[in-house]
Design a binder for this molecule. Structure first.
Ligand SMILES: [Zn+2]
Length: 103
């Protein structure tokens, strides 16, 4: 088995086959550190996405998609698709008016 000696950048302690410094607890495994950093960033992105509030119409229609009756569920899916389609069109229309007004 390979023995890897890693010197802690924080306190200078030599550690053998350890991910964390045995003296101060600093992460000394670079691979693990990068992995944790990546996971932390992913988690932050996920939290930000969850905090985005959907509009009331969108939320209402989304809730309908979880209805126990499959016909109502299908109906809500269609209405949601139509609503989403128009939301995009109206959004583009407003953007066009604003850009036209701005000259
Ligand atoms: Zn240390």
């Amino acid at each position: 088995m390979n023995k890897s000696y890693i010197k802690c950048p924080n306190c200078g302690t030599e550690n053998v086959n350890n991910d964390y410094c045995r003296t101060c607890g600093t992460i000394i495994n670079v691979v693990l550190q990068r992995k944790l950093e990546r996971e932390r960033i992913e988690q932050t992105k996920l939290t930000a996405r969850q905090n985005e509030k959907p509009s009331q119409v969108g939320a209402f229609l989304k809730k309908g998609e979880n209805h126990s009756n499959i016909i109502i569920r299908a109906f809500f899916k269609v209405v949601y698709a139509i609503w989403f389609f128009f939301a995009v069109i109206i959004g583009g229309f407003i953007a066009a008016i604003i850009s036209a007004a701005a000259g």
